[in-house]
Write a protein that binds this ligand. Structure first.
Ligand code: NAD
Length: 489
């Protein structure tokens, strides 16, 4: 199987231009940015590095397409047909898209192939199916008046996304934004632009009119910043770090008061009570932090354990962590891939050094020798809640274990974070599960599992995790504005 992926890698041609108005084009400045494979260090492609001039052309193309109405005013049934066809094309190009993401950012190809690409296809299908089943309202006004309350697409959406699940993070924005009739200018992360460029091309093949979906690869500053400041962008759908999420709020205030939907970082707690199924909890605790090398916004990075089972659970977690030895992302036997790039690898290793001073290293802690950005699954025990590794988002395969004595203490520890994206709770006691879930200030609580999410359920956070919501009909709604038409008769 590894051989298959290696051979496929020699046959695919990454798209490298910006995708504007239905065609690939170089950046106006001619600048490019390198896309490296973090598992090998090899250069995969030089991709257009867009700047304000390119963003402006893309926004103009998006606005022109919106105003022309071929998409924004198309019958719901015909928009649906295009999105369903796009879902089919994504499935037909499953191997190629899966490989592009794996090569670009180090995620296991088994996961991009089995999870990410099917999920992206399913989301275009889900929103395509949803869009012709939404009805408007008639307001309860007096006789002689008829007030119709509907939804209108917002116009031009700027989508700015991170590198940790490149295809899916883009799709979480694109599928509902396009379903609602908007035009989009997407800025993928500079580390992982390749799948987004191919996706845009497939969207054209599916029948999306030119200019409705544009992709401007480039660095955050200037490309993301130019989108955030652009006076003709109506809304920014952002996923990324909290610091950059705050910048987009500032860009909006300094420009045209565009709506901003920030989906930001996390430091999610995983609470394991003494009556939990410890085998299942240990397996999930490891999956919750080591899957995708811990580069997951909702990663279960803080394991809060009832003191009476602390030693027992820790031993199981350490034993299971060893199964996550990092390896070649193209090898189906690997359980963990490469971190996204050298700079991020250094950042994670710096946190591990901080952790050695702040807590007790239970396992891992080293970079794997040889080429590539591989870091061992790492567990710190007896982590005090106020130290840096317990408070700051590491975004790598680093788990912090902290024991607790009472349910109230567990809740206080869990909520004692500026972030509020997700949490997990392990107990067979339904009353406790619901009581604790009610008390947790997070967007999603997974009970007796980790990272529960689906197309049908909203995903997003509280506090410094931002307040945007992706997925579900709630996400579709945020790409529309409520609109009243009042008729006197
Ligand atoms: P990042 O904030 O560095 O970058 C995100 C995007 O913003 C990229 O496209 C980047 O180019 C752009 N950007 C960077 N600086 C910018 C600037 N000055 N102006 C405008 N745009 C700029 O985040 P990242 O390192 O790509 O991703 C990791 C972060 O994303 C983590 O904090 C993680 O928790 C978060 N994340 C959140 C979710 C969620 O749904 N809440 C999902 C995935 C990742």
């Amino acid at each position: 199987m590894r051989q298959y992926w290696l051979q496929l890698a020699t046959r695919i041609t990454p798209r490298t231009g910006a995708y504007i108005g239905g065609a690939f084009t170089a950046a106006a400045s001619g600048a490019t940015l390198p896309s490296h494979n973090p598992a090998t260090g090899e250069l995969i492609a030089e991709v257009a590095a867009c700047g304000p001039a390119d963003v402006d052309v893309a926004v103009t193309a998006a606005r022109d397409a919106f105003d022309a109405g071929a998409w924004s005013r198309a019958d719901p049934a015909s928009r649906k047909a295009v999105l369903l066809r796009l879902a089919e094309l994504i499935s037909e190009h499953r191997d190629e898209l899966a490989l592009l993401d794996s090569l670009d950012m180090g995620r296991l190809v088994a996961d991009t192939h089995d999870i990410d690409v099917p999920f992206a296809a399913s989301l275009f299908r889900w929103y395509g199916e949803a869009l012709d089943k939404l009805y408007g309202e008639i307001a309860p006004t007096g006789s002689g008046d008829l007030a119709l309350v509907g939804r209108a697409p917002l116009g031009v959406i700027g989508a700015v996304v991170p590198w940790n699940f490149p295809l899916d993070m883009a799709t979480w924005k694109l599928a509902p934004a396009l379903a609602a009739g908007n035009s989009v200018v997407l800025k993928p992360a500079e580390q992982s632009p390749l799948s987004a460029l191919r996706l845009a091309e497939l969207a054209t093949e599916a029948g999306l009119p030119d200019g409705v979906l544009n992709v401007v690869p480039g660095y955050g500053d200037p490309a993301g910043k130019a989108l955030g400041l652009h006076p003709d962008v109506d809304s920014i759908a952002f996923t990324g770090s909290t610091d950059v999420g705050k910048l987009f709020l500032r860009y909006a205030a300094e420009s045209n008061l565009k709506q901003v939907w920030p989906e930001c970082g996390g430091k999610s707690p995983n609470l394991v009570f003494a009556d939990a199924d410890l085998d299942a909890a240990a397996e999930a605790a490891c999956a919750g932090i080591f899957a995708n090398q811990g580069e997951v916004c909702s990663a279960n990075s803080r394991l809060l354990v009832a003191r009476e089972i602390h030693e027992d659970l820790l031993a199981r977690v350490v034993a299971t962590a060893k199964d996550y030895a990092p390896g070649d992302p193209l090898d189906p036997a690997s359980r963990m891939g490469a971190l996204v790039d050298e700079a991020h690898t250094q950042r994670v290793l710096d946190y591990i050094d901080v952790g050695r001073r702040e807590a007790r290293l239970a396992c891992g802690g080293a970079r794997v020798e040889g080429p590539g950005c591989f870091v061992e699954p790492t567990v710190f025990d007896d982590v005090s809640p106020d130290v840096r590794i317990a408070r700051e988002e590491i975004f790598g395969p680093v788990l912090c274990v902290t024991p607790f004595d009472t349910e109230d203490e567990a809740i206080a520890l869990a909520n004692g974070s500026g972030y509020g994206l997700a949490a997990s709770v392990w107990t067979p006691d339904l009353s406790r599960a619901l009581r604790v879930s009610d008390a947790l200030r997070v967007g999603t609580v997974s009970v007796n599992t980790v990272d529960a999410l689906s197309a049908q359920t909203p995903f997003g956070g509280f506090g410094q995790s931002g307040y945007g919501r992706d997925l579900s009909l709630h996400a579709l709604e945020k790409y529309t504005g409520r609109k009243t038409t009042w008729i006197k008769h």
